[in-house]
Ligand binder design. Structure first.
Ligand code: SF4
Length: 298
């Protein structure tokens, strides 16, 4: 048993607060189970209490995690397809004292929501984003996403996908990010460590998790990934070497922190007009009576 898991046992009550009581509806063997457990563990091991965190979910199979995480006292938002990053970024900027975690799939994030991803990386918002990359639109029964491998037959493209797949980490590394990592849904320990590093990062922490989908992505099952793992011993020092490590998604898939710049000032640090302000936008909005506005949406 690792040292981390002993620490987790010491914090049993906090851990239980993150465990949900809703019936799990993911398919048997789905990678989402491991990702959700790793996230719960990372939150506890980083000492983040449930009432100091906000979990934002996109639409997709992973989004069912929104009612599986925690019991009472957990803040979650389950938003529109592809838009989770913009919702989460707004919350992170409004209240930087909260740990904001957003999750999305490769379908919503790399197509409909790719604009939000680009601007979150270049803005370096203070939040963590987890990309569940199962290389298809699982919730709508297995259509090809921007990450589906070329020539793979999928529902909606039975003769095989004609376009080249996107390499997500390579793409993000091209946007001058402050934190990029990759992990694998079959390794809870590695995911936990990676998510902990993401939670510690003060800017936009982008974490891709290669996720098995035994229902619609049968050509790359757990065993296929396990035979190709390449755990990085060190974080590459430059973006160029990180891109080199991120490139191969077929023979030797690199996992670990691919790139991190701890010195880069994040979005909040760069806002010159807030340099001397000690309150958060969330505190400041309390000066205005918005009850009437809220009533309109009740
Ligand atoms: Fe998981 Fe795939 Fe089933 Fe969705 S379709 S719950 S990603 S195994």
């Amino acid at each position: 048993m690792s040292r981390d898991y002993k620490t987790l046992a010491d914090r049993k009550n906090e851990y239980l607060a993150y465990e949900g009581h809703e019936v799990i509806t993911w398919c048997a063997g789905c990678g989402n189970y491991g990702i959700q457990k790793a996230l719960e563990r990372a939150m506890v091991l980083e000492g983040v209490l449930p009432n100091n965190a906000l979990f934002c979910y996109d639409i997709g199979c992973h989004g069912n995690g929104s009612d599986k995480i925690g019991k009472e006292g957990i803040y979650t938002i389950h938003g529109l397809h592809g838009r989770v990053i913009s919702v989460a970024a707004g919350a992170a900027v409004a209240n930087p004292q909260m740990k904001v975690i957003a999750e999305g799939g490769d379908g919503g994030t790399m197509s409909e929501g790719i604009n939000h991803l680009i601007h979150a990386v270049r803005s370096d918002y203070p939040m963590m984003f987890i990309l569940h990359n199962n290389e298809n639109y699982g919730l709508t029964t297995g259509q090809a996403s921007a990450c589906t491998r070329k020539e793979r037959p999928m529902n909606g493209s039975p003769d095989g996908v004609a376009s080249e797949p996107m390499n997500v980490c390579d793409f993000v590394l091209g946007l001058n990010p402050s934190f990029v990592a990759r992990s694998f849904s079959g390794d809870i320990k590695h995911m936990t460590d990676t998510l902990r590093a993401g939670l510690q990062h003060k800017g936009f922490a982008f974490i891709e998790i290669m996720q098995v989908c035994p229902t619609y992505n049968r050509q790359t099952p757990q065993k296929w990934y396990l035979e190709r793992t390449n755990y990085l011993k060190h974080t590459p020092k430059t973006i160029e070497s990180a891109r080199k490590a991120a490139k191969d998604l077929t023979n030797k898939i690199s996992y670990g922190i691919l790139y991190q710049d701890k010195k880069l000032p994040n979005y909040m640090d760069r806002l010159a007009n807030r340099n001397d302000i000690k309150t958060t936008p969330r505190d400041e909005v309390k000066r205005f009576n918005i009850k009437g506005l809220i009533k309109k949406f009740e």
